[in-house]
Design a protein around this ligand. Structure first.
Ligand code: NAG
Ligand code: NAG
Length: 366
């Protein structure tokens, strides 16, 4: 065990050595036929925005760390730049996790746009070209997490993200989200008249992501396409048979495209319909087991209902810090994973701490 402390240091020196040079040659170099396959003995370990509990989200080092720690899937949000390039970034505005405010040349780029029914002011991704976005540096989203990497890493493209997965020395899946499609299609236009969702699928196909869930092609290059927008998932169903996951937001938030309520999209009749397009749902975990005074209350029937329709359930987001753990788990993240895997019976989960989840063997903490 004594040498384990060395790993982060080695990783960081590797990372520091790559700054300023192209991150990855495109496309991925390794052949998948010699690689260790995706595990199937426990629910999927989905590295939420990479190992973002440790390293700023959706950066090369965060994804490399997640792979090193045993992620089955690396997860990302896809948005589009002003010049139509697909990039990995969660927020439609750059303000919270980049140094855009320090770039005087972009001071006049601040704007106000309506985003999901609310006016928001900030520096919006859709007003910056890819080159301009690449000049920014990312920082850690939460002040209670490690700040040492702030200002070091850049925004990456969807293609760079794919290359990280393809270059891994074992099979690592990708889990990209069609993020804020209503907003992106409003503000970004492609010269060929295609939509954001079309460009998203074109990129996956270009790098060989295809085939239904558990098909041979899928096992070699696993992918789940995720979105909160049902109409985006239905649209891409006509373009690719890759498996899709419908994300489900909090109970008071309507869908951004079809303005449907939580009750509507979690009903039996809706599951009967949407299962023609998706292989599962990705709900906010507190909607499955609602907390009360930071203790868990009785679980809803959402998981049973989804399973009855042969839909997988991949809840989000698991965070190790005490402030996110309900009191039932007595400050032990392993107790939380144990509960969700063995009591609730989920099929995969989005975690900020890939390395902790990997220490679950056959569904039990080590
Ligand atoms: C946003 O601001 C514009 C311009 O002031 C206004 O016309 C619009 O109604 C506002 N939208 C919302 C949702 O407040
Ligand atoms: C969305 O639906 C609600 C009712 O559930 C309605 O009050 C609201 O006006 C609708 N919003 C839009 C943008 O259609």
């Amino acid at each position: 065990m004594a040498y384990l402390w060395l790993i982060p240091i080695l990783l960081v020196s590797l990372i520091n050595g790559t700054i300023g040079r192209p991150l990855y040659p495109l496309p991925g170099k390794l052949q998948h036929k010699h690689k260790e396959p995706l595990q199937s003995f426990r629910p999927y370990n989905i590295a939420h925005r990479g190992s973002n509990g440790e390293i700023p989200e959706e950066t090369v080092p965060a994804y490399m760390r997640a792979i090193e720690e045993g992620a089955d899937f690396i997860e990302t949000d896809i948005l589009a730049s002003k010049d139509g390039k697909l990039i990995c970034f969660h927020d439609v505005a750059l303000d919270d996790i980049t140094n855009v405010a320090d770039h005087k040349e972009f001071a006049n780029r601040k704007a106000t746009y309506e985003v999901q029914g609310k006016n928001m002011t900030g520096w919006f991704i859709v007003d910056f070209t890819l080159d301009e976005l690449k000049s920014l540096r990312l920082k850690q989203r939460y002040e209670f997490r490690d700040q040492q990497y702030n200002g070091k890493f850049e925004i990456i493209t969807f293609e760079e993200f794919i290359s990280i997965a393809l270059d891994a020395n074992r099979i690592v899946g990708i889990y990209p989200e069609i993020k804020s499609p209503v907003f992106i299609n409003q503000h970004v236009k492609w010269s060929d008249g295609k939509k954001f969702e079309d460009k998203f699928v074109e990129t996956l196909l270009k790098y060989g992501y295809k085939g239904a869930y558990k098909s041979k092609e899928w096992q070699e290059q696993p992918v789940f396409i995720q979105s909160f927008a049902p109409s985006s998932l239905i649209h891409v169903s006509s373009l690719t048979s890759s498996p899709k996951i419908l994300l489900i937001d909090n109970i008071n938030i309507p869908t951004q495209d079809t303005n449907q309520t939580y009750a509507e999209i979690t009903s039996d009749s809706y599951f009967s319909y949407i299962k023609n397009y998706v292989v599962g749902i990705g709900p906010l975990k507190d909607t499955i087991v609602p907390p009360m005074n930071n203790y868990l209350s009785t679980a809803t029937d959402l998981v049973a209902k989804a399973h009855a329709h042969n839909l997988q359930v991949h809840p989000y987001t698991y965070k190790n810090e005490n402030k996110f753990l309900h009191f039932n788990f007595h400050q032990d993240p392993y107790a939380e994973y144990d509960f969700w895997i063995n009591v609730i019976g989920i099929d995969g989960l989005f975690t900020d701490f890939t390395g902790v989840f990997i220490n679950i063997k056959n569904g039990h903490p080590l």
